[in-house]
Write a protein that binds this ligand. Sequence first.
Ligand code: ASP
Ligand code: MG
Length: 402
Amino acid sequence: MLKKILKFGGTSVGTIERIQHVAKIIKKEYDFGNKVIAIVSAMSGKTNELIKMSKSIDEEFDKRELDVLLSSGEQVTAALLAGALKRLNVKAKSWLNWQVPILTEGKHFNSRIVNARTNEIDNFLNEGIAIIPGFQGISKNGDITTIGRGGSDATAVALAKIFKTDSCEIYTDVDGVYSSDPNKIPVAKKIEKISYDEMLELSSLGAKVMQPSAVQTSMIYKIPLEVRSTFTDRKGTRIFDHENLDYSKSVTGVAYSKDDAKLTIIGVEDKPGVAANLFEPLNDAQINVDMVIQNISSDEKTTDITFTIKRVDLLKTKKILEKNQNIKYKKITHNDKVSKVSIVGAGMVSTPGVTYKMFKGLAESKINILAISTSEIKLSVIINEENTLKAVKKLHTIFDLD
Ligand code: ASP
Ligand code: MG
């Protein structure tokens, strides 16, 4: 008998029929003799709809009230699922965030789970299924909080740790993690097993299967995960520690995202302190700078600095740069029609020549590289957005992933 967390994402519970289908999946686990805690997302589209409603009252809607509003989405699903299980003659009960309670720390809309009371639910698991809304908790003051978009994954992982469950299964609309986006790259293959670090890189770099911070938590606490489909019986992808994996390939997956923008400051003075002066106000404004390239200066007086940021931060960043009295430069250019294409693989560490192979592949496809960044297990390039799929396909092929 196992104690399990089963988490169901928004599309998995997107309609009444789907909620009834999810109830059957849970019942099956229960009939096997397993103890199940189900974590649910809001029905797909619900959270966006609620955000839109709040904005129609006030673009800067009060954050405390926003959390009260948004947490309702998951609560609806929890109650409907409990009802659907009862309809199947299975004992089930939903708990709201404050009834568990799930304690959080941090700001409204961006809190994180720090603890939860377990004894009452643990007792209940001897007789039935517990259902808990994802994405939320309560603060020390008793205010309702939410934990960031896509946060039901984080709830699942945090509660897997707090309730000491044997496993944490993420049920979603894809049947696992693929070597690239299966909707765009039909030759992409499902990955049977993947390490936490690779999964973390892939999800941070654009693969939308799981929320990156949830992957990170599971890595820290070594919580074994499985990503699988609500709509098929097929085996999913297992995510765990890399000691248990064998790397026959240098690259595990190719990810891409289209949410970056590139800025170049042309003709900045080339002397100590300039980069610090440049990035200090961006840091103060919590703008995350990703890649940075400084050119060699040709006249030893001025240079060009290129860096990338999230596309949503572009206007804000430009304003901050233009207001910055501490730097002198000729002009600022920007490009927001760029994408980031990345290869990820723990096997890269032990395989020489991966960098060269990537650059050569892109050259063969006549794709210009605008910026590069590397870590031990990933290599990312910024390219023109129109070349995204061409680049992903090429890399998928040359690294033997087709
Ligand atoms: N409903 C929340 C969102 O859409 C949380 C989640 O689905 O995981 O962001
Ligand atoms: Mg979701």
